[in-house]
Design a protein around this ligand. Sequence first.
Ligand SMILES: [Zn+2]
Ligand SMILES: [Zn+2]
Length: 123
Amino acid sequence: MDCPQCNVEMQELSGDDTVITRCPDCECLWTDVAELNRILLHNNLPGLETMGGKPNADAATGPCPIDNIDMIAVEGGHKHSLSFETCEVCGGVWVEAEGEVVTLKDAVAEIVGFFKYFRNHAA
Ligand SMILES: [Zn+2]
Ligand SMILES: [Zn+2]
């Protein structure tokens, strides 16, 4: 699976029944929706569908690495300063990591941190 932004092969971080895919170039993280919801619920956050956020049809997005169709940007957080991209077909979610991601634990922490902030400020 290639990164939609960089076209480089992404790496799978896996363990404990969880798989998150990361791009070694841009540090973006990819997860399917079932996986994401499991991570969110496990960390006392609501599922993605109740996370709020506002789709921005005008935002430039990359193609879904699985379906190869353009993803949709969803904005949230303080003054809509955060956004993730999601695929309408497979429901996969694409999030930019803030810090360095080496292990699966790092990736989970990034995703949980992102959605915590995303949700707290969602209008
Ligand atoms: Zn990338
Ligand atoms: Zn897709």
